[in-house]
Ligand binder design. Structure first.
Ligand SMILES: NC(=O)c1ccc[n+]([C@@H]2O[C@H](COP(=O)([O-])OP(=O)(O)OC[C@H]3O[C@@H](n4cnc5c(N)ncnc54)[C@H](OP(=O)(O)O)[C@@H]3O)[C@@H](O)[C@H]2O)c1
Length: 240
């Protein structure tokens, strides 16, 4: 049975690019589990990637995470997990922050990857090892009005990346993160033009990045056997 690479948020901009990259670079050797709350998006993607399968699940819920694990184990052994599903909204200025926003942003961006790492790492350890890549953000280290809870969730995933890397490394599971800057995906499409211009002026390369640039970095962290606990920025030079 083929080993499985699980990509969450596979129906979105970065998730789709990561899924296609893993399929291409592994020469089809890794079978892709494409998970998203958007069933139509992952079903369509699965049709274009031979041997892959779609899993529709809301990963903010324990039931959704259990359903993903169960669907993957029915198909084989997971050896790669890319925790990519995430939300960045609502964008609330600090004095307007809501408890419900905290729950939503932490639930999907931090709690979901934490427990997916726990579940999938156990399976990886039992089958000889694996690798986990978490998707953080440049905003873990950069303040932008309206991004308070998003920033905390991404700073948290970077801390968890290092913690899991330390505890799981000796057991054959590497854990790393990619920290994208501003990438052209549905998530950033609705940023007003004047704000986009301001953001571009903060990027040394002067442009938003392509999802494929993030996907290449994810593949590098999957492949390189001696990188563990790293957070790799892919931000065109935004934090210099
Ligand atoms: N784009 C950027 O500039 C940027 C920068 C730094 C970091 N990131 C991070 O990169 C990751 C991917 O972002 P993206 O730009 O590709 O965003 P995207 O295009 O909005 O894709 C995110 C995907 O996750 C899905 N999703 C939302 N809630 C979910 C849930 N509860 N369970 C499962 N799936 C869910 C979305 O489905 P729906 O569309 O149906 O909601 C969507 O398909 C996120 O973690 C984001 O924080 C992005």
């Amino acid at each position: 049975m083929k080993e499985i690479a699980v990509v969450t948020g596979a129906g979105g901009g970065i998730g789709k690019a990561v899924s296609l990259m893993i399929h291409e670079k592994s020469g089809g050797e890794l079978k892709l589990a494409l998970c998203d709350v958007n069933e139509a998006a992952v079903s369509e993607l699965a049709e274009g990637i031979p041997g892959s399968f779609a899993v529709a699940a809301d990963l903010a819920s324990q039931a959704g995470r259990d359903a993903l694990l169960e669907a993957v184990l029915l198909q084989g052994t997971p050896s790669v997990l890319v925790n990519n599903a995430g939300i960045d909204k609502p964008h609330e200025p600090l004095l307007s922050i809501q408890e419900s926003s905290f729950e939503a942003l932490m639930g999907l961006n931090l709690k979901a990857p934490a427990f997916l790492m726990r579940h999938f790492a156990k399976e990886m350890m039992a089958s000889g090892g694996g690798v986990i890549v978490n998707i953080s953000s440049v905003l873990a280290r950069h303040a932008l009005t309206g991004s308070a809870f998003y920033r905390v969730s991404k700073a948290g995933i970077e801390a968890l990346t290092r913690q899991f890397a330390m505890e799981l490394g000796p057991r054959g599971v590497r854990v790393n993160a990619v920290a994208p800057g501003f990438i052209m995906t549905p998530m950033t499409a609705s940023i007003p033009a004047e704000v986009k211009e301001k953001i571009r002026s903060m990027i040394a390369l002067g442009e938003f990045g392509a999802p494929e640039a993030v996907a290449e970095a994810v593949w590098h962290l999957v492949e390189n056997q001696y990188i563990n606990g790293a957070v790799l920025p892919v931000d065109g030079g935004m934090l210099l």
